[in-house]
Design a protein around this ligand. Structure first.
Ligand code: NAP
Length: 362
């Protein structure tokens, strides 16, 4: 099989490093461009990342001596070399919006981790198991951009990657009405480690800028429907959240409360979770977990340290499903924030885009 040529924009950052790690020996993708800011451009990847390398494994040998390109000034040169890019950069929202559109207009598909285009109605925001049908809006987006190949597709915020998958198969079946979710988010979600953020050791910070808005609004787009070339957001359930930063290196946990039109039996929910399969499992995509939702009966599970790496960090761990006194039920769920919640989720989305013919290898 011909491999797809890939560029990683923001390759030196926390999410970018994950992309580099995930591209190592990927069966479909071959990384030909690493790009970052002008501060890194011209340096080798090893020099540019320096002591910021935060992965458990070494920098892959193929990446070490690659020379970093300038993500904002080399757009045409990068677009000419790749079949698509992954994008995860720390820039102002308007700058990211313009950067991603510039790549798309250079006929380069963009698979993005950034939030800048998540609200754009003709940009699909996809959790591959949950709403793969949203990719249909790409055709309308291409018309708007005047492109034949280029488009932008995004993944949703890391905070919602455990509770939206858990609630998705229950939503229509039982009429999901109301959700309350408190998230306990790892420091890698801020691009940090305990070395670079020592204030987080033995600490908890009850505020993450913009996170509660994203956690309440993004599920409604994921659960929205395609209408006339755009995604029309769902108007229910009502969602309220609180998002806290906790002293955990990786793995976002959520404590979730939910109420339904028809109250489901707990054992039925467990059976539905166990049986839940999506397009990635049907298509046997390389990064897809075999079992998407894992339910644990142990009352002290899931734990960030024990379960975040389940199925390569791509599975969702759930536990403590029980009745609640004010909502119908409550449970706890966990996902790896830089794997399923960031780079891994984007790799799975890119695999889906390739399998469905939206990205082609030239
Ligand atoms: P990060 O560690 O701070 O890395 C930022 C990257 O952006 C670096 O490669 C940096 O290059 C590059 N960059 C900064 N300014 C630039 C410019 N003017 N032009 C081109 N490149 C520039 O950030 P991160 O945690 O990886 O997050 C990146 C994006 O992913 C953000 O939008 C974030 O919201 C999103 N995200 C993060 C997570 C997570 O768990 N961390 C999860 C979901 C989404 P230099 O090294 O050259 O400065």
């Amino acid at each position: 099989m011909k491999k797809y040529k890939v560029g990683i924009i923001g390759a030196t950052g926390m999410v970018g490093q994950r992309f580099v790690t995930l591209m190592n020996n990927h069966p479909w993708f071959d990384t030909v461009v690493l790009a970052a800011s002008s501060r890194s451009a011209g340096k080798t990847y090893r020099e540019a990342v320096g002591s910021r390398w935060a992965m458990d494994t070494e920098i892959p040998a193929w990446a070490e001596d690659m020379v970093i390109m300038d993500a904002t000034n080399d757009i045409a040169a990068i677009a000419a070399q790749v079949d698509f890019i992954f994008c995860a950069v720390d820039m102002k929202k308007e700058e990211i919006r313009a950067l991603e559109e510039a790549y798309a207009k250079h006929e380069c598909p963009v698979v993005s981790n950034n939030s800048a285009h998540r609200g754009t109605p003709d940009v699909p925001m996809v959790i591959p198991e949950v709403n793969p049908e949203h990719l249909a809006v790409i055709e309308a987006q291409r018309k708007r951009l005047g492109t034949t190949r280029g488009f932008i597709a995004v993944k949703s915020n890391c905070s919602i990657q455990s509770y939206v998958p858990a609630l998705a198969p229950l939503k229509d079946k039982f009429g999901l009405k109301k959700v309350l979710a408190c998230t306990y988010q790892a420091i890698s979600g801020a691009g940090k480690t305990f070395e670079t953020w020592p204030e987080m050791v033995d600490n908890l910070i009850p505020y993450i800028a913009g996170e509660e808005e994203k956690s309440e609004q993004e599920p409604l787009k994921v659960w929205g429907s395609v209408q006339n070339g755009v995604i029309k957001n769902a108007d229910s359930p009502a969602i309220t959240t609180q998002c806290l930063r906790v002293p955990v290196s990786n793995g976002h946990t959520a404590a979730v409360f939910a109420s339904f039109e028809q109250k489901p039996e707990l054992e039925d929910i467990k059976a539905i979770w166990a049986a839940y399969r999506g397009k990635p499992q049907e298509l046997n995509l390389p990064t897809a977990p075999k079992q998407f939702l894992h339910y644990f009966e142990e009352e002290n599970f899931p734990q960030a340290k024990l379960h975040r790496d389940l199925e390569g960090g791509m599975a969702i761990s759930i536990g403590r499903l029980r009745p609640d006194t004010q909502y119908d039920l409550k449970f706890v769920c966990l996902s790896h924030n830089t794997l399923r919640g960031a780079a891994g989720g984007a790799v799975l989305l890119a695999e889906l885009l390739c399998a469905e013919g939206y990205i082609i290898a030239r």
